[in-house]
Design a protein around this ligand. Structure first.
Ligand code: ATP
Ligand code: MG
Length: 616
């Protein structure tokens, strides 16, 4: 490709709204241009890298994951979303529209429904399973805060695969095949990936895995075990840790007490710090009680007397409570993780209750919520009461101090399981740096990460709600199980740039570089033109993607553009160096002089070696 025939559109400065390196560089290099909030156009230069990235995913999903590409529409009937139940639960991030026939339509934010509806139609027998399809296609999510350019856009490209399997064993095979494909893809892109399991692999296999890149601008907090032989890594929204003991200020563990609950007048004691001062005791001896508003909980609360007034909605996909409350009990030195809490409550969202709601549920204001008197199901963290495998419960705190449910009073000698009974025992604490690994006991550290991909065992969620059946080996009707597998294509492209740049611009890995080599004549004229053209033609005929900067610009401008765009190798043809030319890999500081008639062969070898290294 010659610059004169291409569209180069570089900017000296990035618009001020771009704050991270990849966003700035994508705009400056002319890879993307903003069309609207969260809406980015790829310019021809960007499309070249984008298509290469898609092709790497395609190759690995075809070969390693054994998948077949299909192409559903982006706009799909609202009907199938109503069947799955997600018409209601997806919330405002799903863009809905009406067509001229007044039919509900959805701009796909993901495609479980479309895939399930398509495969359902032709499915009769176990012999047709598994069905392993993927697409690389446009998605739309009406993100509240699109940011960092294509890292979190509204319209983006997702590579999304789906499998329908006859049984768990088959799903496991599909899942592992995709997992292997993911490692191959990110290796070929030169990205160091942290696989983050949702549950601890050692304890019964994992049902979900996120593929993260470490990044200071990452949206996710990762909890990582430094022990390499262990390898535990989890999103803080899922991370678990070893139990640690509730010890008093002298480091002593308290025994179960026979003393009855005693009210203590505590005027002006509202916070945990106030309590520490007033009782002269460690927060590990206090039970913190928090009232949460719970949205769309699918828990069955019918055994809970406080829930009888809460509205319960009947749905084919299962009953749920649009609005309910929970009183969460946790050791006072710990924090509640709301994602873990929502998951324990099978809810779409949990929000701390406001003052009025707290008063309704607790009979007292913030700071005095009592575990004994709260009028809501008690969700008790395992720091307070632990559920054992055999169905019994063990109190993890004894002789504790807590709110009384009466303004201005606390209570002491609180005995969990004697003075209150959990509705649900769950691990809802926020795991932090310094907590211990549940597998090996190693001391966790924490880092920020960005999710590039996700593999997930869906189970029967969609096949049940959308009524998919097949005849199994014994001729009995059964519901297939499903897996889904997603990679954010734009976000991955941005992450490659985020990880590979310097003050001059992008440093593309060879596998996704828009061009592999650029030839820059200082002046496109006379002998320099002759030599540059020859190198260009030779490389082209050798199948190398070469860019010839034949523009009538100052050399400084051409160098700056080629460095900003990040082409991995530059061959500079200057009068004073002839019969030699400059050979400069973008990632290296120094250029090397090579004879002009050897330059093309050397460049081709360089490109092929780099490709071989990454694709190995
Ligand atoms: P996030 O937590 O970042 O919103 P998600 O859990 O909603 O991601 P999935 O539904 O698992 O994402 O989608 C699969 C992949 O699609 C993600 O791993 C991510 O790389 C990409 N992705 C999701 N939302 C966006 C977005 N708004 N812009 C760009 N890529 C996205
Ligand atoms: Mg999201």
């Amino acid at each position: 490709m010659k610059a004169s025939k291409f569209y180069i559109s570089t900017l000296r400065e990035a618009p001020s709204e771009a704050v991270i390196a990849s966003h700035k560089l994508m705009l400056r290099a002319g890879i993307t241009r903003k069309l609207g909030n969260g809406l980015y156009t790829y310019l021809p230069l960007g499309v070249r890298s984008l298509r290469k990235l898609e092709e790497i995913i395609r190759e690995e999903w075809n070969e390693t994951a054994g998948a077949l590409e299909f192409k559903p529409t982006v706009i799909v009937p609202g009907e199938i979303w109503k069947e799955s139940g997600r018409w209601e639960t997806m919330g405002p991030q799903m863009l809905k529209a009406r067509n001229r026939g007044e039919q509900d339509m959805v701009v796909s934010p993901t495609a479980e429904e479309a895939y399930t509806a398509i495969v359902r139609d032709g499915l009769d027998s176990y012999k047709q399973l598994p069905v392993n399809f993927y697409q690389i296609n446009t998605k739309y999510r009406d993100e509240i805060r699109p940011r960092y350019g294509v890292m979190r856009g509204r319209e983006f490209i997702m590579a999304d695969g789906y499998t329908m399997n006859a049984d768990d064993e088959s799903l496991d095979e599909s899942y592992k095949a995709y997992e292997k494909a993911y490692f191959r893809i990110f290796k070929r892109l030169g990205l160091k990936i942290i696989p983050v399991r949702a549950d601890s692999g050692a304890m019964g296999g994992s049902g979900s895995e996120e593929f993260m890149v470490e990044s200071p601008i990452g949206d996710d907090t990762l909890i990582i075990c430094p022990n390499e032989s262990c390898g535990y890594a989890a999103n803080v929204e899922k991370a678990a840790c070893r139990d640690d003991e509730s010890l008093d200020k002298n480091g002593k563990k308290h025994e179960k007490t026979d003393a009855a609950i005693e009210e203590v007048e505590t005027p002006n004691v509202f916070s945990i710090e106030d309590m520490e001062k007033f009782f002269d005791e460690s927060p590990k001896m206090f039970i913190k009680a928090l009232v949460y508003r719970v949205i769309n909980s699918a828990l069955d609360l019918s055994s809970c007397p406080h829930a009888k007034d809460w509205k319960r909605v009947k749905e084919s996909s299962g009953d749920y409570y649009p609005l309910s409350y929970a009183c969460v009990l946790i050791r006072a030195d710990l924090d509640v993780n709301e994602a873990k809490l929502a998951s324990a409550l099978k809810a779409s969202e949990v929000v701390l209750a406001d003052d009025e709601e707290i008063r309704q549920i607790a009979g007292a204001g913030h700071g005095f919520v009592g575990p004994v008197t709260a009028k809501a199901p008690l969700v008790v963290d395992s720091s307070v009461v632990k559920a054992n495998d055999d169905g019994t419960m063990t109190a993890m705190m004894h002789d504790a101090i807590a709110g009384s449910g009466k303004d201005g009073f606390h209570i002491r000698h609180v005995e969990p399981l004697r003075d209150f009974t959990p509705f649900l025992c769950a691990d809802v604490r926020t795991v932090k740096e310094g907590d211990k690994c549940p597998i090996c006991g190693g001391t966790f550290y924490s880092t920020k990460g960005n999710e590039l991909g996700h593999i997930f065992k869906l189970g029967h969620k969609y096949t049940k709600s959308m009524k998919v059946t097949f005849l199994d080996k014994n001729g009995k009707a059964a519901e297939p199980t499903m897996g889904c597998y997603g990679i954010g294509v734009d976000r991955t492209l941005a992450s490659i740039i985020e990880n590979n740049n310097d003050e001059k611009g992008i440093i593309w890995p060879m596998t996704v570089a828009p061009f592999q080599v650029c030839v820059v004549p200082i002046k496109y004229d006379g002998k320099m033109k002759e030599v540059a053209d020859k190198i260009y033609e030779t490389l082209k005929s050798d199948g190398i993607e070469v860019f010839l900067d034949d523009r009538n610009e100052r050399p400084g401008v051409k160098f700056a553009d080629m460095e900003l765009i990040g082409i991995p190798l530059r061959i500079t043809v200057g009068e004073k160096n002839l019969p030699n030319v400059e050979f400069k890999p973008r990632a290296q500081a120094e250029a090397e002089l090579v004879p002009a008639d050897e330059a093309a062969a050397k460049a081709a070898a360089f490109v092929k070696a780099e490709l071989a290294r990454l694709n190995a």
